[in-house]
Design a binder for this molecule. Structure first.
Ligand SMILES: *Cc1c(COP(=O)(O)O)cnc(C)c1O
Length: 429
């Protein structure tokens, strides 16, 4: 399989180059040149399959034979080693809990998979691979933990000073080994811009092998399509065709993966891109014009993105047509107070504690579900990761899982950085 750039569909690369490039040289994002439709037998056999089994069957179309099937099967089983259960909230709405991995957020799925694909391709002799990632919170911890101790790979995490939670910060600044954290005096979009600039800096790229681990890397977002199939494996088949999937969205990697699954034949009714006060995408669906905005800080901070990178991919999936997109995807935007209200009302009516990101997804189902539909929202992080926010809206203490507690005992080590590219470059060279 070849992968094309969203900036020029004639520009194509093989898997290894696309994975190690991260971003294409023309600043486009790589997309598979072909999205295979799964055979009818796949759906018949789906119920009862494990995430690892499903992952192999879905992803081999993109990753094999560039990676031999036997090796690939092991990589997939190894990456998807934690449960992703569907839990019922009420008669019509269920939640897909994606937070049972090592850092309690859905980004563990993509990061663990990507780390294994990269270490497979790390055959550069004495030159290390440098992974650069900008994070608004959870990418940093998932990437750092996914790559921790992987030989011949150095990881550089950029995060906005004071704009990620204490706990998120501890999850990527306390690890040491091959992980360096940079505390940038700016916002997430500055971090993202600095990383993008590094990838297109010819001089730096001659000296170093640089690659990305953000959701712009195709080996980060593609594996996320697996849990959409895995969700259906846990839901009675007669409900599939009335199912609406609501995806809390920031950089839009997660929903891109869902829409790739849909192109592969995922037989659900439609998708909702649920966003916080950063509503560039909601506006796009309304007007047909994509207009990036500076990001706004919210209590669902991992979704504070004013110019979602993966918009280019979503757009390609619908031939750059807003009309085609509207037939499958709608979007709702929620303010902080609406997010808080959803957390408290959900606890009051069902006893379920949402994190602020999942709550955005749930709010969109509460508002957007038609009478003949049922809903599934993605719970992208464990509420304990945002304990200070969540406890303002529920009358109980949020239990902190042991694997999160462990990070709180670590010591923060980070490198202070001004929000300009030259200061990053001087650290990397
Ligand atoms: C990253 C993140 C999101 C947004 O996911 P995208 O793929 O960037 O749209 C939502 N919730 C949480 C908790 C996240 O960490």
């Amino acid at each position: 399989m070849k992968f094309y750039s969203t900036k020029d569909s004639a520009y194509k690369q093989n898997l290894k180059t696309a994975v190690l490039n991260g971003l294409a040289p023309n600043k486009g994002l790589y997309m598979p040149e072909e999205i295979p439709v799964l055979p009818e037998s796949f759906w018949d056999e789906l119920p009862g399959k494990s995430m690892g089994q499903i992952g192999f069957e879905v992803l081999k179309h993109f990753f094999c034979p560039d990676i031999p099937e036997d090796t690939f099967r092991t990589m997939v089983e190894d990456a998807f080693n934690f449960p992703v259960p569907v839990v019922k909230i009420n008669d019509r709405i269920s939640v897909l809990e994606l937070f049972h991995g090592p850092t309690l957020a859905f980004k563990d799925v993509g990061a663990r998979f990507l780390a294994r694909v990269m270490s497979y391709f790390a055959d550069f002799g004495d030159r290390d691979i440098n992974v650069l990632a900008a994070t608004s919170g959870d990418t940093g911890s998932a990437v750092a933990n996914g790559f921790l101790g992987v030989p011949h790979v150095n990881v550089h995490i950029l995060y906005p000073k004071g704009l990620v939670s204490k706990l998120q910060e501890l999850q990527f600044t306390t690890l040491g080994q091959n992980i360096t954290a940079y505390e940038v005096d700016g916002v997430f979009d500055d971090c993202q811009r600095m990383v993008k600039e590094a990838f297109t800096d010819a001089e730096l790229n001659r000296a170093k092998i640089l690659t990305s681990a953000n959701s712009i890397n195709l080996a980060r977002f593609l594996p996320q399509s697996v849990y959409y199939f895995h969700a259906l494996a846990q839901i009675p088949r007669e409900m599939w065709s009335s199912l609406v999937i609501s995806v809390p969205s920031g950089n839009f990697g997660d929903i891109t993966a869902g829409l790739v699954a849909w192109k592969m034949g995922l037989p659900v009714k439609r998708f909702i891109a649920a966003v916080n006060s950063n509503h560039v995408f909601t506006d796009y669906l309304e007007t047909g014009v994509y207009r990036p905005e500076p990001s706004v800080a919210t209590i669902a901070n991992a979704m504070d993105v004013g110019d979602p990178s993966n918009f280019a991919r979503v757009s390609k999936l619908f031939d750059d047509s807003a009309d085609k997109m509207r037939k499958v995807v709608s979007s709702f935007s929620y303010s902080d107070s609406q997010i808080g209200k959803t957390i408290s009302e959900t606890y009051a009516s069902s006893g379920y504690i949402c994190d602020p990101h999942g709550a955005v997804g749930l709010a969109a189902l509460n508002d957007g579900l038609h009478d003949d539909e049922c809903g599934l929202f993605l719970e992208t992080a464990h509420p304990a990761k945002f304990v200070d926010t969540v406890e303002k809206f529920v009358p109980v203490k949020v239990e902190i899982p042991a694997r999160l507690q462990k990070f709180m005992e670590g010591r923060k080590q980070s490198v202070a950085l001004a929000a300009d590219y030259e200061s990053l470059k001087s650290k990397l060279s």
